[in-house]
Design a protein around this ligand. Sequence first.
Ligand code: BMP
Length: 250
Amino acid sequence: MKGFRERMRETSERRESILILALDLKGERLLERSLSLLEEVSQSLCAVKLNRHLLLPLGLKGVKQIVEKARRLGIQTIMDCKLNDIGSTNLAIAESLFKAGFDALTVSPYVGWKEGLEPVFKLAKSLGRGVLSLVYMSHPGAKETFEEAFIQGKPAYQVFAGWAARWEADGLIVGATRPEKIREIHHLVEGKLPIYSPGVGFQGGSLEAAIENGANYIIVGRSILQTERPAEAAENFRRESWRLLRLRES
Ligand code: BMP
């Protein structure tokens, strides 16, 4: 059984895309709009990431239809649930999400391994699904915890990068708003884990700086969703990010 990391790599190469759409829509006719937007932009994507923007109003049943559509369109699906509870609760959430068909989910490392995230990683491995772990978030306040709070005598993000490697996470989440941290974290894990980077555009992160410094996948929401022509915006992000990745690797 191919794991999530491998499926992401294959999808990315097939589509020449490292672009993940954050499908964070709000408002009326949510399911209908989500399905049609996904169809419209899917050619430019390697994956789609859903958040509680859709899960809360649509429920798992509604969201499942989006997951199934993404599968038919040939892209991976990520549920951005940032699991952060005790193990049995995390496990119950992960079981429901994987049952709904998600290829991967996100976790918050703050809750630790034993009776925290261990059961989620074990379940994901047994099903060939992925787990992406937060290492340094993209918003300004992330500094207060991810950098200024110390764990074992080190800034939290450095410890989280090490844990993600030890836990065999399928990827690290590091905000595009701090390209110097992307670089540092890339070196901390010796380039062995892919870096997923949200925060490009709307939050002020630069696509170029994120990729130059080591991001492997780019997560973009509002800079695509809130334009007049989302398909065109997505295609521009795809083309440019693929070009920058090729440039870095050459
Ligand atoms: P946007 O491109 O509209 O800023 O959306 C970014 C998406 O990535 C949102 O779904 C957000 O919840 C998520 N995200 C983030 O912005 N920063 C992080 O550090 C981690 C995230 O999951």
